[in-house]
Design a protein around this ligand. Structure first.
Ligand SMILES: C[S@@+](CC[C@H](N)C(=O)[O-])C[C@H]1O[C@@H](n2cnc3c(N)ncnc32)[C@H](O)[C@@H]1O
Length: 207
């Protein structure tokens, strides 16, 4: 495998030296899109939040600032991501508001009906079976809880479709694909937003 392919494959599960480089870049590289996605969150006052596939942990920190009375659990199945997100959110962890844990969304080891808000930025492309993973998220959300997905691909843009060919296990989804999987997993209300000029999408579902 060439170096470029090895590097971009680190987006799926950052590992080793290249993974550390990738995670360092993600916090800055995804910031604008993540903030655009978060601007679509409704007026809510969450007490417990879950950030899934947290990568370098930047969005975990932003959510803590946005909801200063909420606690957050950030999970990722990559050790490298967990280490970076832990360092990035050190003060939140020390104050008891934030936990960063290694975990796989396809088998969440978390209490049922614990969270008011779950988020997933730039990560569902790699989840092993959307419907099964969405059902795991559904299980840990409180009734009425929200699940927000933010992707920089709308499933049709050329750039992401090129990456889909070179990143093992990556799958790009249209908002309609995501909505269908959310509904199969039990979510009832689903709202889809497409950026005006970019292929960015936000999908917000309610339990
Ligand atoms: C492209 S990065 C995005 C990181 C971060 N959310 C962001 O927007 O910068 C994808 C992250 O999802 C994580 N991930 C992928 N599949 C996962 C799974 N099944 N369970 C938990 N984390 C997963 C990867 O390890 C990686 O850190």
């Amino acid at each position: 495998m060439g170096l470029f392919k090895k590097y971009v494959n680190q987006t799926r599960k950052p590992e080793g030296f290249l993974g550390k480089m990738m995670v360092n870049g993600m916090n800055g590289g995804h910031a604008k899109m993540a903030d655009w996605g978060m601007s679509h969150l409704p007026e809510i006052k969450p007490e417990e939040m879950l950030e899934i596939g947290c990568g370098g942990g930047r969005n975990t920190g932003v959510l803590m600032k946005k909801y200063p009375f909420a606690k957050i659990t950030a999970i990722d199945y990559s050790e490298v991501s967990v280490a970076k997100a832990t360092g990035y959110n050190r003060s939140g962890i020390e104050s008891g508001r934030c936990k960063v844990r290694q975990g796989d969304v396809s088998n969440l080891d978390l209490p049922d009906e614990r969270f008011d808000l779950a988020t997933a930025f730039e990560t569902i492309y790699f989840w092993p079976g959307l419907e099964k993973c969405f059902a795991e998220v559904y299980k840990v959300l409180k009734p009425g809880g929200f699940f927000m997905i933010v992707n920089e691909s709308d499933g049709k843009d050329e750039m992401s479709l090129k990456f889909e060919k070179i990143i093992d296990g990556m799958k790009c989804y249209t908002p309609e694909d995501i909505e269908a999987a959310l509904k199969k997993a039990g979510f009832t209300k689903v709202k889809k937003v497409h950026h005006k000029t970019k292929p960015w999408i936000t999908v917000l579902a309610r339990k």
